[in-house]
Design a protein around this ligand. Sequence first.
Ligand SMILES: [Zn+2]
Length: 228
Amino acid sequence: MTIYIDTQNELHVEFQGIALTCPHCQTLTHLSPVAVPRFEDLNTRRPKHAGIGFRCDACGEPVFLKFAIRSFNPARIELSGNYIEVERARETFPLTYLPEEAESLFKEALSCYAAACFNAFGSMSRRTAQSLFRELGERGKLELFDTLQEIRELAALDDETFGIMRAVLFGSDSDPWPNQPSLNAERAGVLLEVMRDLLYQTFVRKARLLQAMTFRKFVVPSTSEASA
Ligand SMILES: [Zn+2]
């Protein structure tokens, strides 16, 4: 993706433009630039980064992105396509079904992810898993591992990615250093989906089923009552 600012202070983005999940309305949307730094200023001061204010095309709220500057030349200032989201969309997840300790740990994990602190997200995900192992016992741990295997097959995770997920969640803090694999944005994104599914399968699905069954018991009269 080529992005540059021309001498008229206009931002040019090739191909599809910039699309991301808006931190305000959580919609995957395009952004329109509303505050672009002046070409002259950038060219005089030569900073390493340029910050640009956008408007979310869906909700109109402001979204700020920071770009590394690739090069300066008389006609344009080229920016890197890998921007930094100053404020990221928060992940929503029905946390209330989780055991209390796991809930508070995973909440922090999600905050780390939203702040783009991907290794911190990995560490907090491991602590969440450790809390669950304690809560669910050895059998529960094995079931969680089976669920991870299922996710591997369903999501067609390659061996390397699966190995990383397994090491993050099922590795031990006493393993030889480094006892946790390093996570970049892509791996953290996969881990987030794995955690989401793992927790959903283990707690949310069960809790919702139980809730629905209890509800049914109350609303549907049993045959004996109905015939009585
Ligand atoms: Zn929005």
